[in-house]
Design a protein around this ligand. Structure first.
Ligand code: G3H
Length: 533
């Protein structure tokens, strides 16, 4: 499928490419005169000469070690071993900076949404949702931080010691986000890290990178210098030298455990490194004999194939009881074939081109491997492949010797297994390297109760009769084994990026007078019982 720009609705046409020439270090937009990395869309269009290929969207600076280290120096200086303006600032003042940022960010909605559609092929409704959800996340974070501050605007007393306990920052945070939610998931790390008083270096994901460009000035204008530093380039060239210095206090990463392990191993003093990771998953669906099949198929369809299966929370393997597997397979396959493939701005489109150039080939390889070992592609369109897309294939029966059984496909292929005894999927989940979420479809509480009691210890969210998902963002988002380190929710993220720290004083007249004076004169930003309303 290819188009001319003129065939595309005007609002979504790319009129000018975006040649990003600056990166943000120490409050300055620094012009880059070196090599640039071209950014292409998986959407194929005809250029002026009539040649069809991936659409060139623009370029970003291809930065290296010197620029990475200059960003690190800026973040280290702004933190100033905890003595910088930002980590010691009044909570209300940090909140004011964040409020300024969110107002400026809102003005960039159209640009960011359009780039989400072109860079990673998120559909128009989903791209809008990603932007709006991120704004909500920032506002909810501000409210939660205010509440946290109100809760700590008091003194406790135990065993004759007064304590004024708050949460303080950790230091310099390196933030690396994923390509499938390049705005939302990256900001779900960056925003809580910032508001808690840390200083940050942030590098956009490998795809979904240009969409950060419209926001750079908002960062520059909203925060003191050195608090947010934004780099472009490859992770190896930019993140590795930063980690090797040992000056990073928190590595915040949504991506694969192989990247997380490689980066954390570069830190010379790993005991000083806090890790906040959202990693890979292979969330299973378990369909019990008494499941409501209409509901189950709706949820499994959304769970397996929303955004072409490119979600860490996607259902990546489906276990169906042998008594209903034939009916499930027939109806599920028909529904998959009825999904519409198209371009992100087309009405009702569910499947879109894949941003990773090698993804169609990888999915084809998974299909070939499974079919060579006895699985069949159940749906008629399954596995139809083009340069930038692969129609989702429903594979059955999948067995444990197939790659698709344990690799995180992160794309449009759905492995289905049947089971006779519930111990089969339970044992598989217990053995698996992953432990994020599960979807459990069924009704009889006598069956569900013991299953739930086991599954909650194997994963971190059991979704009853619904697909897996991260939201609502106020709920804890985490995982076991290779699926996560630390917990993210609006509230938990504030905890993940901070540490409890407090002022203690023996209960005597001498100390109490000092504390009273500190409070009355409002000289300390930390010792304060003022409320932020
Ligand atoms: O890629 C993983 C995301 O956290 C999934 O979020 O469940 O809202 O799509 P979601």
């Amino acid at each position: 499928m290819s188009q001319q720009q003129t065939d595309i609705p005007k609002a979504f046409q790319i009129e000018n490419t975006l040649e990003q020439e600056h990166y943000l270090v120490n409050g300055e937009l620094i012009q880059w005169k070196g090599t640039k990395a071209d950014v292409y869309s998986p959407i194929r269009t005809e250029d002026k000469s009539g040649k069809v290929g991936p659409t060139r969207l623009g370029s970003t600076p291809d930065l290296g070690e010197p620029e990475a280290l200059s960003a690190l120096d800026a973040a280290v200086k702004a933190y100033d071993k905890g003595q910088g303006e930002w980590p010691t600032m009044k909570v209300a003042d940090r909140i004011a900076c964040m409020e300024t940022f969110v107002e400026k960010m809102k003005t960039k909605r159209d640009e960011v949404v359009k780039l989400l559609m072109w860079e990673i092929c998120k559909t128009y409704p989903d791209a809008q949702k990603e932007f709006d959800r991120t704004i909500d996340y920032i506002n909810d974070t501000i409210e939660d931080y205010k509440q946290m501050d109100r809760d700590s605007a008091k003194f406790e007393k135990h065993s004759g010691i007064h304590a004024h306990i708050r949460r303080g920052p950790l230091g310099v945070v390196l933030c690396l986000g994923p390509y499938n939610y390049p705005l939302n998931e990256t900001f779900c790390l960056l925003i809580p890290a910032l508001i808690m008083g840390n200083t940050t270096i942030f590098k956009p994901a490998k795809f979904g990178v240009l969409l950060i460009a419209p926001l750079i000035e908002a960062f520059q204008e909203s925060f003191p210098k050195g608090v947010v530093n934004i780099l472009f380039g490859r992770g190896r060239a930019v993140a590795s030298p930063i980690m090797k210095t040992g000056k990073v206090d928190v590595l915040a990463l949504i991506g694969h455990s192989s990247s997380a392990n490689a980066l954390q191993a570069l830190h010379p003093k790993q005991n000083r490194l806090r890790m906040v990771y959202g990693l890979e998953a292979k969330n299973p669906a378990i369909v019990l004999p008494d499941a409501d099949l209409d509901l189950t198929i709706d949820e499994c369809l959304a769970g397996t194939l929303s955004f072409n299966g490119q979600r860490c929370t996607a259902l990546k393997i489906v276990y169906v009881h042998e008594s209903i597997v034939d009916e499930f397979n027939k109806r599920f396959s028909e529904r998959v074939d009825a999904l519409t493939f198209g371009l992100p701005w087309e009405d009702g489109v569910k499947l879109t081109p894949l941003p990773e150039p090698n993804k169609p080939e990888y999915i084809q390889d998974l299909i070939d491997d499974a079919t060579s070992k006895g699985a069949k592609v159940l749906n008629k369109k399954g596995g139809e492949i083009t340069e930038n897309f692969c129609f989702p294939a429903v594979l059955y029966p999948v067995t444990k010797d197939m790659k698709v059984y344990d690799e995180e496909q992160f794309g449009p292929v759905t492995p289905v297994m049947s089971f006779k005894d519930i111990a089969e999927p339970l044992d598989d989940i217990a053995e698996s390297n992953y432990g994020q979420q599960v979807s459990l479809f069924g009704k009889d509480v006598n069956t569900l109760a013991p299953l739930i009691d086991t599954l909650v210890n194997l994963v971190c969210r059991v979704n009853l009769n619904s697909s897996c998902q991260r939201g609502p963002d106020v709920y804890p988002f985490t995982g076991r084994k290779d699926s996560a380190v630390s917990t993210l929710s609006v509230h938990d993220a504030l905890r993940s990026f901070s540490i409890r720290t407090f002022v203690a004083s023996k209960d005597n007249d001498y100390n109490n007078a000092i504390i009273k004076e500190l409070l009355d004169k409002k000289k300390s930003n930390f010792v304060s019982t003022d409320y932020i309303l």
